[in-house]
Design a protein around this ligand. Sequence first.
Ligand code: PEP
Ligand code: CO
Length: 449
Amino acid sequence: MTTEQKNWNKSSWRNFNALQQPLWPSKEAEKKVRDKLSLLPPLVFAGEIRSLKKELADAVDGKAFLLQGGDCSENFSNVTALNIREKLKVLLQMSVVLTYAGEIPIIKLGRIAGQFAKPRSSDIETRDGVELPSYRGDMVNGAEFTKAARTPNPKNMLQGYNMAASTLNLLRAFTHGGFGSLQRVQAWNQEFVAASPMGRSYNRLAKQISQAIQFMETIGISSELPQIEQTQFYTSHEALLLGYEESLTRLDHITEKWYDCSAHLVWIGERTRQIDGAHVEFLRGVHNPLGLKLGPKHDIDEVKRLINVLNPDNEKGRLTIITRLGKDNVEKVLPPLLREIKREGMHVVWSCDPMHANTYTASSGHKTRNFNDIVSEITCFFETHWAEGTIPGGIHLEMTGNDVTECTGGAHNIVDEELSQNYETTCDPRLNSEQSLEVAFQLADMIRS
Ligand code: PEP
Ligand code: CO
């Protein structure tokens, strides 16, 4: 037994305070659903989880880079072949650009196939004097502002499981069936560059990538090689609903270790990372790679204690710290944190979430984020790491493959008044496909210069 399993079992979190859990109207009904879930097959397999951890261990050392992205909150109604395909397509496109620029493998990790539960700042939402439970994600209740929709229904967890399973099924088919072949992905990138108003500045890089692929073909490297034709894609979500996560936690019979088989990587959000809380208790015992979100107000000593609890063996690849500090806070807040964790010799992947601390309300009343602020936080993150001699190991984005208007700016310069045109998110605003690709091209430029 390793140190992290001491006094742990998959239900031990129940002895701790669990924040952000729904008030299920019937405890018996919720238990029934969990009993069912615990008999259903795992969504992902321990061997795959271990492969991801190994790749993340490389990211600790700067030998790989993590690209994590997807919806803030997935919706059941958006689980369609088209939506899944478009999201995957953009992530693959971004990864080709970043692989070329960084000259290292990109670990592709979707916020997908299970990102159905959301933490909220208040349990109750009030509209025109009417009070209803807040929307907590499709796995809990409906977004519509009616009593029926907002009442938490545990059967949504079963539906969430089924939605995650069908999403994964398609992702596996796409990534192993030639959809994501290098040539195809690069052809999409060329289409993007041709259509972008910023195309001229992205064209050089796109051309160089094409030349590299052409060179490989010329010397006879077959496009049918699995490395060219197939790709590895992993899934992740915030491990928020502990009852659901517990039901999908299984003992791996090869290693005799526990894995949360709802996703390859699960993360702890900024709001549920209390050291004596139920989320930390649950996650310390599963052997998945973990993410830990950190906002600008973290306490460094507490972060160190959290790292010790979550990664007591200082295993590379086990822990990814996802900082979401806000573009104006990075310069001040990040250096002391990096210095201290480096001084302690703690192995973590440092990833940058440039979304969650750059949210504001547009003049149109929409919750939004500006493209330049997002790029600015990423830039500051990289420059700070380079200055401190630490390794910027990844980025974490809220994005979609669709043509939404949720974040302002970008090459088509979406302005406040245009946000209502195609504002679809039920939670936080996402970069659209074009804005996501632009982030990749601008980051690539920065890495190479
Ligand atoms: C999120 O990733 O959607 C989220 C709620 O993030 P955070 O925990 O960083 O606020
Ligand atoms: Co979000």
